[in-house]
Design a protein around this ligand. Structure first.
Ligand code: NAD
Length: 248
């Protein structure tokens, strides 16, 4: 018996990184998994290596993509139980140096993409009447002000706020909505960070993390599984920090 037997899950940004790890874990726990991304080649390869997973092209900024993919999942699988709004990009730089173009792009992906996902999946879940779980991937940058991450941080605070509103609006339909706040997780997103390229800086970063190591994708996947499954059935509208103990 798996934690997610019979469930159907859609994970955005699922071609690699945390989304891919969540897809593999969900499938091991019995779910049918749809990994959605704009990296089609990587997405097909990732889904191909996971039993009961498939890939869908979905640019989270596109209303049409959301409508098409969610309708297709419901038509072929009969239900949608879990949405993980995981797709995101990182943009570093001080606010006074931030271009409007970059700002609009990160808001479109990290913030508007989450709104469109909650809307599309929320409507399908309400219609099906089976309840559901929506997990929004924010960041520790959505809990505090981190120097040089203004645009990114603004989107991650927005995700945290939107989560709380959605939880109140969808609770009566049996749909729970929570946010996850990863610390430093070793993925392509942070491949150029000093802690990933310089052993001395990595050692320093690890000394500043109470559990003494940088984060792994499975650290996040395990929390997302908990929030997707019945073990968290009395939790909604909450933020779950997975950062080795730095924040707090
Ligand atoms: P990643 O770069 O490996 O994965 C992000 C995925 O999102 C990629 O596959 C990318 O193609 C996809 N994506 C980007 N734009 C998209 C779009 N318009 N439509 C669909 N997919 C799109 O990085 P990751 O670390 O796995 O990031 C996953 C989530 O975790 C992100 O929301 C990120 O902001 C968040 N996060 C990461 C860290 C970290 O240290 N890695 C820390 C806190 C939060």
């Amino acid at each position: 018996m798996g934690e997610l037997d019979g469930k159907v899950a859609l994970i955005t940004g699922g071609a690699r990184g945390q989304g891919a790890a969540e897809g593999a874990l969900f499938a091991r726990e019995g779910a049918t998994v749809v990994l959605a991304d704009v990296l089609d080649e990587a997405g097909e390869a990732t889904a191909g290596a996971i039993e009961r997973a498939e890939y869908a092209h979905l640019d989270v900024t596109s209303e049409a993509d959301w409508d098409r993919v969610v309708a297709d999942i419901v038509a072929r699988h009969g239900r949608l139980d879990i949405l993980v709004n995981n797709a995101g990009i990182l943009l570093n730089g001080k606010l006074v140096n931030q271009s409007l173009e970059g700002w609009n792009r990160i808001v479109a992906i990290n913030q508007t993409g989450v709104f469109l996902g909650i809307r599309a999946a929320g409507r399908a879940m309400i219609e099906a009447g089976n309840g559901g779980s929506i997990v929004n991937i924010s960041s520790v940058a959505g809990l505090e002000g981190i120097f040089g991450t203004g645009a990114y941080s603004a989107t991650k605070w927005a995700v945290r706020g939107m989560t709380k509103v959605a939880a109140k609006e969808l609770g009566s339909h049996g749909i729970r909505v929570n946010s996850v706040h990863p610390g430093f997780i070793q993925t392509d997103m942070v491949a150029g960070a000093p802690a990933m390229t310089d052993p001395a800086k990595r050692a320093k970063a690890e000394r500043n993390i109470p559990v003494g190591r940088l984060g792994e994708v499975d650290d996040i996947a395990n929390m997302v599984l908990f929030l997707a499954g019945e073990g968290s059935s009395y939790c909604t509208g909450q933020e779950f920090v997975v950062d080795g103990g730095v924040h707090g």
